[in-house]
Ligand binder design. Structure first.
Ligand SMILES: NC(=O)c1ccc[n+]([C@@H]2O[C@H](COP(=O)([O-])OP(=O)(O)OC[C@H]3O[C@@H](n4cnc5c(N)ncnc54)[C@H](O)[C@@H]3O)[C@@H](O)[C@H]2O)c1
Length: 435
């Protein structure tokens, strides 16, 4: 059974279904399609499916023309139903794993996708979960769905976890450049899943179980979250000591070993870094252990929007202005440079806090046409000399490459720069305040 699946994978004749066609699933589908596989992208969002079949990409990592070429060659199609599952040799699940309001994992998307896959299961199928999740999801949650339908794992059914590590908008590391970690429920599951990914990535690192692979992803993101928190708290210390945190961190980063620079910012956002560590905490809490680093880092990172508002108040105060009634032009509301993703973006909270205190807030973001704050729709303004000079304060929250920071520093009355985007640009000290 696994022999014929292996042959189809290595001959690139295996049919793939990839569930969830967002930031993760679409680039993955395209990478397999480019390698010669026939791929069906499945997504419950009908608008997204319609757009994809018209050749409209929904991620910065894929150009429309590349998608159109794959559709034309019959390598890729999107569907809003699960009818492709019974014909698929391989199914990869890339659905969201957000938090509930209570900050507990919302695993409902994985459950829904898993049930659909199990309903269309046929012997000889390989199923891989890529969504970031708490340890033991693959074996405790997904495996029983298939076993209930008679699947014998490692014999006529193969199940593995392989975390996605894509960094949307990063041109240096795309799906095909990033090594994959693969952990199957049995050695045969690992072997087949690793064989699949070797067709599209340069290196596959096999681990002994899905749990190790699930934890590897969580550890990567806890590492990032904790180090960003350290940089954020360090920046607050440096502010009090009257030095630039960036200058200190850059100096420390000249050490060629044992140090990796992380930089402060207005807080953390996106679908991963603020969320994934809490998946791990939740699981550990069930095991009677309260992770302390994660809690402290979360507290520091989530306090950054308040600090940014405080910095803005102080900066305006230095120019005899108060925040109430001041016009604040925010540059960038996406959670990071180069993307249009505002999920969990600290900018949304900062804009709300500024408005609550009476500021008149407008924003420019080439990637985000509008945002809703407390039920009010704000539309992006163009970044022009007029908008820059009209604002009492220009607040840089996302260092998008499209912004002209030199011009911003020249034209603005006051700049509060939380990303050090104006680093190296000369201006009087009371006109640019940096985190
Ligand atoms: N975005 C990132 O940078 C990134 C990086 C690595 C890992 N991840 C992880 O990958 C997973 C997916 O994240 P994303 O950013 O691609 O999310 P996304 O919201 O961009 O895409 C998920 C897609 O899944 C679809 N979907 C939801 N439920 C479905 C279902 N039952 N069946 C079919 N489609 C369904 C949604 O309509 C959406 O289009 C998450 O677990 C995330 O933590 C994300």
């Amino acid at each position: 059974m696994s022999h014929s699946l292996a042959e189809r994978i290595q001959g690139r004749r295996a049919r793939l279904a990839i569930i969830g066609q967002g930031y993760v699933g679409l680039p993955l589908a395209v990478e397999f399609a480019r390698a010669g596989f026939t791929v069906t992208g499945i997504d419950t969002d009908l608008d997204r499916v319609t757009a994809l079949n018209l050749g409209r990409s929904c991620t910065p990592d894929l150009k429309d023309e590349d998608l159109i070429a794959l559709i034309r060659d019959g390598r890729y199609e999107a569907r809003a139903d699960f009818s492709a599952i019974p014909q698929s040799d391989v199914v990869i699940i890339c659905v969201p794993t957000p938090l509930r309001k209570s900050k507990d994992p919302d695993i409902s998307y994985v459950v829904a996708a898993g049930n659909e896959v199990a309903a269309g299961f046929h012997p000889g199928q390989l199923v891989v979960l890529e969504s970031t999740t708490y340890p033991e999801t693959t074996e405790e949650l997904l495996l029983p769905m298939f076993q209930a339908r008679g699947a014998r794992v490692g014999e006529d059914f193969f199940l593995a976890f392989s975390p996605e590590r894509i960094d949307p908008g990063n041109p240096t590391f795309r799906v095909g450049d990033i090594p994959k970690v693969v952990g199957g429920v049995t050695p045969e599951c690992t072997r087949l899943a690793a064989m699949l990914y070797r067709e599209i990535v340069p290196r596959v690192h096999e681990v002994s179980s899905p749990k190790v692979a699930e934890l590897a992803k969580l550890y990567e993101n806890v590492f990032r979250n904790v180090n960003i928190a350290l940089a954020n708290e360090f920046a607050l210390m440096c502010l009090r000591l009257g030095v630039s945190a960036k200058e200190v961190i850059d100096a420390a980063a000249t050490k060629p070993f044992g140090f990796m620079p992380f930089y402060p910012g207005p807080g953390i956002g996106g679908h991963c870094i603020p969320i994934d560590p809490l998946y791990l905490s939740w699981k550990l809490r069930l095991n009677g252990y309260e992770p302390r680093f994660i809690a402290l880092a979360d507290e520091i990172n989530r306090s950054m929007p308040d600090h940014v508002v405080e910095m803005t108040i102080e900066a305006l105060n230095g120019r005899r202005r108060c925040l109430n009634g001041a016009s604040v032009l925010v540059l960038g509301v996406a959670y990071k440079r180069g993307v249009g993703d505002t999920r969990e973006s600290p900018a949304l909270e900062i804009v709300k806090l500024l408005r609550d205190r009476g500021a008149e807030v407008s924003y420019a973001d080439p990637q985000v046409p509008s945002i809703a704050i407390d039920g009010t729709l704000l539309k992006a303004v163009a970044l022009t000399d007029e908008t820059l000079t009209a604002a009492d304060c220009v607040l840089i929250l996302t260092d998008h490459p499209e912004f002209d920071y030199r011009r911003t520093a020249e034209m603005a009355q006051l700049v509060v720069d939380t990303r050090n985007a104006t680093w190296g640009i000369d201006a009087p000290k009371d006109r640019i305040v940096r985190l």
